[in-house]
Design a protein around this ligand. Structure first.
Ligand code: PEP
Ligand code: MN
Length: 260
């Protein structure tokens, strides 16, 4: 996961096909990256939108884990944890190379506790949970998510936090970002919890130009790395096609910002 001590997790917004995912994995592996985004369950705004390849994508995730790559994958409900572990096992993958994440849009205490319980009972004990902040701007709620998963039995050493901005809600948006960052709050939450804090510039920025802008703005804050959307062919991506970087843009970004 670490690249010069930073946690850098690039990868497509959604796993779409074997070729799309494993091409990405081999490019990132070549760059020395050891953890890749690989989401098969997608939270969506409206019915009819692409909801992910679901368990059909697990054999491709299994191949990636067998190349030594840890795959970060979103779970929408606690049952997804069990299905992913069982299916990965059936496909000969390495369940120690999973990183689950709790997305911003499914944050209530039963989901939080359920996912935490299943990870602590069913996943190998090196497997971690990445937690994104909830969409609405509320520090107490963000800290509460951590309290819920810890009180459900997941050791804090298995948690990583991530700032993906908050809904604008009419509070002004001078840069036309998709979500509004509060870097100071992210740093307070990092301080109060003692947990690593990643930046998600993709879901804050919403466009390639803004993704670069967000990383530039965040560079003076001590984030512990980032999770960032990178796709082999962004214009044809099935989700979030405006904000995904090409491999070349990602490479430039890593060169430009060495401390995030
Ligand atoms: C994602 O990372 O693909 C995602 C759905 O993001 P968020 O939960 O931040 O909206
Ligand atoms: Mn996305």
């Amino acid at each position: 996961m670490a690249n010069n001590e930073r946690i850098i997790i690039p990868g497509p917004c959604s796993v779409e096909s074997r070729e799309q995912f494993l091409t990405s994995v081999s490019v990132f592996k070549e760059m020395g990256i050891d953890t890749v985004r690989g989401t098969v369950y997608k939270p969506r705004t409206r019915p009819g939108e692409f909801e992910g390849v679901k368990l059909k994508g697990v054999p491709w995730i299994a191949e990636a884990t067998n190349l030594g790559i840890t795959v970060g994958t979103e779970v929408l409900m606690s049952q997804n944890v069990t299905s992913l572990i069982k299916c990965l096992d059936k496909n000969g993958g390495d369940p120690t190379k999973l990183l689950f994440w709790l997305g911003s849009r499914n944050q209530n205490q039963d989901v939080q506790r359920g996912i935490a319980r299943r990870i602590s009972k069913e996943a190998p004990n090196n497997v971690k949970l990445l937690i994104k902040n909830q969409p609405w701007n509320d520090e107490a709620h963000w800290l509460g998510i951590v309290d819920y998963v810890v009180s459900a039995g997941l050791d804090p050493s298995r948690l990583i936090l991530c700032h993906r901005g908050f809904c604008a809600n009419g509070h002004g948006n001078p840069h036309n970002f998709r979500n509004i960052p509060d870097f100071d709050m992210a740093m307070r939450v990092k301080e109060k919890t003692g947990l690593p804090m990643l930046l998600d510039p993709s879901h804050i920025g919403g466009s390639v130009e803004n993704v670069f802008k967000v990383v530039g703005m965040a560079a003076e804050y001590p984030f512990d790395g980032m999770i960032i959307e990178v796709h082999p062919d962004p214009p044809h991506a099935k989700t979030d096609n405006k904000q995904q970087l090409t491999f070349q843009q990602f490479y430039e970004m890593l060169k430009l910002y060495k401390n995030i």
